[in-house]
Design a protein around this ligand. Structure first.
Ligand SMILES: *Cc1c(COP(=O)(O)O)cnc(C)c1O
Length: 294
């Protein structure tokens, strides 16, 4: 089956009082609208992994994630849609939650492993699977194929922007976008917002994918205490933004990225007249793990 959804995710411009006051334009590339479960950057990262798997006639995908992983769910659903068997190694003791139930209903077989065993993913893979027939997909889809897929975001933009903001977990998405910007010889300044503490490690992860991190401006002070950690001001911002725009954010990734952009706008970081684009990387089922905070 063709590895395509047959449309490009739309770009939507926001009209909010702060933007008017500061004379800033702000648009959102709605990769969250690509698919409800094969969401956002997780689809971009899987696309060429699945294409290679089809070409090599491999029928099984094996991957890794935490209990709320957007990547596990995207892989489970993509496997169901494009005809692959899927296995997911889940970090930690056996638990039940809506995301893991969705993985199961899409046909993924889940293997819960201790945090120690989880550290050595190649070993887990080799112990259980035959690499000749089965595809190893790293946590979060981190791979050179992910870079190739995320670079395509730049093929789809209707116009130029002064700034483009991307959230970073492993850094594969921002690395791919950087490749796309270079390919199109755009002047756009690319910004990464790491959602983990100590986000400077992202530079190393980007280099390891063969991409120069130097042109990427990292904003490492918007992690709110670390991965999946929140603070009241982040939750208030999300409440305010979502109720004012109808665009859903969750606290783990997109909430932090949008917060960073609005904070920088308020602080006068941008020039008057600048047009900013934020990549909405999807992952909205993450909200289900945090719903009690709202
Ligand atoms: C996984 C994820 C990211 C992080 O992407 P990386 O390529 O690992 O940097 C960002 N946003 C959302 C919504 C995600 O699910």
């Amino acid at each position: 089956m063709a590895l395509d959804f047959g449309f490009h995710s739309p770009v939507e411009e926001l009209h909010l009082p702060l933007l008017k006051e500061k004379n800033i334009r702000l648009s959102v590339k709605r990769d969250d609208m690509i698919h409800p479960f094969i969401s956002g950057n997780k689809w971009r990262k899987l696309k060429y992994i699945l294409k290679n798997a089809q070409e090599q006639q491999k029928q099984t995908l094996v991957t890794f994630g935490g209990a709320w992983s957007n990547h596990l769910l995207a892989t489970a659903c993509a496997g169901a849609k494009f005809g692959f068997e899927t296995h997911g190694f889940v970090r930690g003791e056996e638990v039940q939650n809506p995301v893991l139930s969705l993985c199961k209903v899409f046909g993924m077989e889940l293997h819960f492993v201790s945090r120690e065993a989880y550290l050595d993913k190649p070993r887990l893979f080799e112990q259980h699977f035959d690499a000749k027939q089965v595809v190893f997909i790293d946590e979060g889809g981190y791979s050179s194929e992910a870079v190739q897929g995320c670079a395509e975001i730049m093929d789809e933009l209707p116009q130029d922007y002064e700034h483009l903001f991307v959230g970073c977990g492993t850094g594969a998405t921002v690395a791919g976008v950087s490749v796309g910007i270079a390919k199109h010889q755009k002047q756009t300044q690319l910004h990464g917002v790491p959602v983990l503490k100590g986000g400077d490690f992202i530079r190393h992860e980007i280099s390891a994918l063969g991409v120069d991190p130097a042109p990427i401006q990292l904003h490492t002070e918007y992690h709110f205490g670390g991965y999946a950690k929140t603070k009241p001001e982040l939750l208030l911002f999300i409440q305010d933004f979502v109720s004012g725009t109808g665009i859903l954010l969750e606290p783990t990734y997109t909430g932090k990225v949008f917060y960073a952009v609005f904070d920088l706008i308020r602080k006068g970081y941008f020039r008057e007249g600048d047009h900013i684009l934020i990549l909405h990387t999807g992952g909205l089922t993450g909200f289900l793990g945090m719903y009690q905070k709202f």
